[in-house]
Write a protein that binds this ligand. Structure first.
Ligand SMILES: O=c1[nH]c(=O)c2[nH]c(=O)[nH]c2[nH]1
Length: 301
């Protein structure tokens, strides 16, 4: 009896690559989750720890980003381009499997017009309502969670203090993305719930899109402020907004530039964690507080 290596493959799973075509005033966005796997003769790596045949998973990841820099096109075409390249890179590599998941984004409408660089990711959004009756009083919180939005430009972040642990570079042009969870409290209990919900949601979306952001905190405040300005029946808005970081991928090691203001296509790495978590309340100071309305509804400061 001999013990031998059976079927095997290896690669980089779930490379989160976002490519933004900024060649015109209307940006286009491709958001992919790409997994690669190589097949071939990798026996020595398994049985002897000899890595002479191991095209690293790190290089496979870099290849995904580098190829995205030339534009992505359809997931099928991108997968074929990558798989053919990987399968052909060394003679001991006989095949490559590339799986591509493509997340669809649609443009946010502002004043009925599709916005040029603000997007919403459909699916997953939930409308919420919490009603509390407290003696003779009734309180209504409406809300939504997981309203996923992204701007490909119109976002800056600079001017922050630099202590010895601050390494973040200042930026005048970054991707801003978040999943909005918001709850707002009405001042009455006999309102047009559906009409108000639709109106508040539209104002949240339009304000996210239209605000030139200097911080996610500023965008959060602007969104709450716009809701209160437009809807007198809303007393306060509480929001929780994770900063879904999109970092420009450094492609310079393979001779590719990836610079806002210079390149038509920019390639980002979408990080799922850790994330900044920006939370806050925007309220009218002339409406009595109603903490009882929020009791048992965690997740907001
Ligand atoms: O909009 C932001 N607010 C922050 O507080 C922050 N901190 C950080 O690292 N990036 C950002 N972005």
């Amino acid at each position: 009896m001999a013990i031998v290596l059976g079927p095997n493959q290896y690669g980089k799973a779930e490379v989160r690559v976002v490519a933004v075509d900024r060649s015109g005033p209307r940006h286009d966005l491709v958001d992919l989750n790409v997994s690669t796997a190589l097949r071939g003769d990798f026996t020595a790596a398994h049985t002897a720890g000899d890595n002479a045949h191991v095209l690293t998973t790190d290089a496979q990841k870099n290849t995904v980003f580098a190829f995205a820099r030339d534009g992505v096109g359809s997931p099928e075409a991108f997968g074929l381009r990558l798989a053919r390249h990987l399968a052909g890179s060394y003679d001991w590599i006989t095949g490559a499997r590339v799986a591509v998941e493509s997340h669809g984004w649609e443009r946010i409408a502002v004043g009925g017009q599709p916005h040029g660089h603000a997007f919403r990711r459909p699916g997953g959004e939930v409308r919420t309502a919490v009603v509390t009756v407290d003696g003779a009083d009734a309180h209504v919180l409406a809300g939504l969670s997981d309203l996923v939005v992204l701007k490909t430009t119109g976002s800056e972040f600079w001017g922050f203090p630099r202590d010895r642990y601050t390494t973040l570079a200042e930026t005048r042009d970054r991707v801003l993305a978040t999943a909005v969870t918001a709850r707002w409290r009405y001042t009455a209990a006999d309102l047009d719930w559906d009409g108000l919900f639709a109106g508040v949601r539209t104002v949240l979306l339009e304000t996210f899109a239209a605000t030139h952001s200097l911080a996610l905190q500023q965008t959060l405040y602007a969104m709450g402020e716009a809701v209160l300005q437009r809807f007198p029946d809303v007393a306060e808005v509480r929001m929780s907004m994770p900063n879904r970081h999109h970092f420009l991928q450094d492609l310079s090691a393979y001779g590719l530039s990836n610079t806002p203001g210079e390149d038509d296509t920019l390639v980002y790495h979408a990080d799922d964690r850790p994330y900044g978590l920006i939370e806050g309340t925007v309220l009218r100071d002339d409406v009595p507080a109603a903490e009882v309305a929020w009791l048992g509804t965690p997740g907001f400061c």
